[in-house]
Design a protein around this ligand. Structure first.
Ligand code: 13P
Length: 255
């Protein structure tokens, strides 16, 4: 059985001085569900030390929103996986659509970041998802299939123990438009079938696939009830401990 994983993606929202209060509020509000659900806060890199300190002694994991593939060097503005590990975080997001859209992220760079994260022992949440134009042109499987095949090039079945896929339809992010549970399940099933082709059916059954895009306490239960929806990657609702906890409570009930 796949343990549900609910991760917050704080994006560029919470300051270092605000971080401890939010992490502590999340830990407190979700303590009752922490044995059933893996709970993560992915924060801006500059918030990580405060988040790690606040999460100490709780079951809340901490991650970053991106990583570079080189160990060190002249890459102004980037952070390495070794730095993330050294700071005490255990998770990282790669390939978020906002990185693809605004920062020139490609399937190839997502692949390099994803492999570096796995090699460093981080659990990586690799994001895939189509735009509205791609959905309307009936290209969902072509786009998501390519993002998976290229993004996971040279990743091995053994590496999949550290791999989570996040399906985030771009048209559902921050728009209040959620994919219906059926729309999401269809793509999640396609993702699992693609993972089965890449890594074998047995391994594919072990990989968790999160849904992301306007997930909230009010719609989480019906999404998380679907066979192949193993968690959520949460933007806006992760910034309020009560809302985030509402989603985590729905995940615990669905487990
Ligand atoms: P929202 O939950 O704000 O739609 O954001 C989803 C997301 O992009 C998480 O990575």
């Amino acid at each position: 059985m796949r343990k549900k994983i609910i991760a917050g993606n704080w994006k560029m929202n919470i300051k270092p001085s605000e971080t401890a209060a939010l992490v502590k509020a999340v830990a407190e509000a979700t303590a009752a569900f922490a044995d059933k659900v893996e709970i993560v806060c992915c924060t801006p890199a500059i918030d990580v030390p405060a988040a790690v300190a606040a999460a100490a002694g709780t079951k809340v994991g901490v991650g970053t929103e991106n990583c570079h593939w080189e160990d060190h060097g002249a890459y102004t503005g980037e952070i390495s996986t070794g730095m993330i590990v050294d700071a005490g975080a255990n998770y990282v997001i790669t390939g978020h659509s906002e990185r693809r859209q605004y920062f020139g992220e490609t399937d190839e760079t997502v692949n390099k970041r994803t492999r570096a994260a796995i090699a460093a022992g981080l659990t990586v949440m690799m994001c895939v998802g189509e735009t509205l134009a791609e959905r309307e042109a009936d290209l969902v499987e072509e786009v998501v299939g390519r993002q998976l095949k290229v993004g996971l090039k040279d990743v091995t079945p053994a590496d999949c123990a550290k791999l989570v896929i996040a399906y985030e339809p771009v048209w559902a992010i921050g728009t209040g438009k959620t994919a219906t549970p059926e729309q999401a399940q269809d793509v999640h099933a396609f993702i699992r079938a693609t993972l089965a082709k890449l890594f074998g059916a047995e391994t594919a059954e072990t990989v968790r696939i999160q849904y992301g895009g306007s997930m909230k306490p009010g719609n989480a239960a019906e999404l998380l009830a679907k066979r192949d929806i193993d968690g959520g990657l949460i933007g806006g609702a992760a910034l309020k401990a009560a809302d985030f906890a509402g989603i985590i409570s729905a995940a615990a009930a669905a487990q």
